[in-house]
Design a protein around this ligand. Structure first.
Ligand code: 1HE
Length: 259
């Protein structure tokens, strides 16, 4: 186990996975500019031996969103560049080298929800709640939320959240699409670690093809999507590791699909 600190972001390496923690609980893990830079650096410096990551928050909440204390000094042009920096950093997570599992508890709000939706798998424990208070703070989402959130829950649910301040609770997270998994209170991190450990056993090229290919193919026409799919399957199956894994199955050494 190796622990590295990047400002208010800590990284623990546990064999094939990394646990990245937002470590600013006194401010409910509100994302300052420095913290966003730390997050970007932490992920970019993960060693290639890491095959999947968990992203979680310290204290009682996952993340309270943008650090509102830094908002007051920005003019329009600075606001534009600030939003674009979030896009760069969160797209770097979504389209990075490895899958990321977000362990969600407490507040997953504003930019915290934008951060969670840039991860690939979300586990919400019973304490988690989801909100977009930007509507009532006189602002707008700026970290990619208008693109990523509707893909999970639909445009009209997001509209409702921003217009009325509606808060969704953990029990609704999986049925509505905020998360793929639900855990008991305090159980999100363990479940996320288990999932990330499982994901890290996949062939790296398959994981890469999935996180880069699937979201892009979903936005292509069927004809373009079929072609992209063929390119990805051809590359993935040509890797020596893929051939070895298929051989392992055919010779009875690999795990079967379990019900
Ligand atoms: C903060 C922030 C923050 C807490 N920026 N300082 N996000 C929001 O509008 C959410 C704002 N936060 C909250 O609604 C609540 O803080 C929570 C529901 C998350 C947690 O409540 P609670 O009672 O546990 O904590 P608290 O007492 O409200 O906050 C503890 C401290 O954290 C307090 O500071 P203190 O110095 O008085 O102790 C809070 O001021 C501080 N804090 N949240 C700065 N967000 C790229 S665009 C993205 C757009 C957005 O994300 S807008 C922000 C949306």
């Amino acid at each position: 186990m190796k622990q590295t600190q990047y400002g208010d972001v800590s990284v623990e390496l546990r064999e094939s996975i990394a646990i990245v923690t937002l470590a600013r609980s006194a401010k409910r893990n509100a994302l300052s500019d420095a913290m966003m830079a730390s997050l970007e650096q932490a992920f970019s410096e993960l060693p290639t031996s890491v095959g999947a990551a968990v992203l979680c928050g310290s204290g009682d909440h996952f993340c309270a969103g943008l650090d509102l204390s830094e908002l007051k000094d920005r003019d329009a042009v600075e606001g534009l560049h600030h939003s674009r920096s979030w896009h760069r950093i969160l797209s770097g997570l979504e389209f990075g080298r490895i899958p990321i599992v977000a362990a969600l508890h407490g507040a997953v709000v504003g930019g915290g929800l934008e951060l969670a939706t840039s991860c690939h798998i979300r586990v919400a424990d019973d304490s988690a709640f989801f909100a977009l208070p930007e509507g009532s703070r006189g602002i707008f989402v700026g970290g990619g939320g208008s693109v990523r959130v509707p893909k999970l829950i639909g445009v009209h649910r997001m509209l409702d959240m921003m217009l009325t301040g509606r808060v969704y609770k953990a029990a609704e997270a999986v049925p509505l699409g905020f998360a793929q998994y639900h855990a008991a209170t305090g159980g999100a991190l363990d479940m996320a670690i288990e999932l990330a450990t499982r994901i890290a056993t996949n062939a790296p090229m398959t994981n890469y093809a999935l996180i880069h290919g699937l979201p892009r193919i979903a936005e292509q026409t069927a004809d373009h999507g079929f072609f992209s799919e063929s390119m990805l399957v051809a590359i993935a199956q040509s890797a020596p590791e893929a051939k070895a894994r298929v051989r392992d199955f055919l010779e009875g050494r690999a795990a079967k699909v379990q019900v």
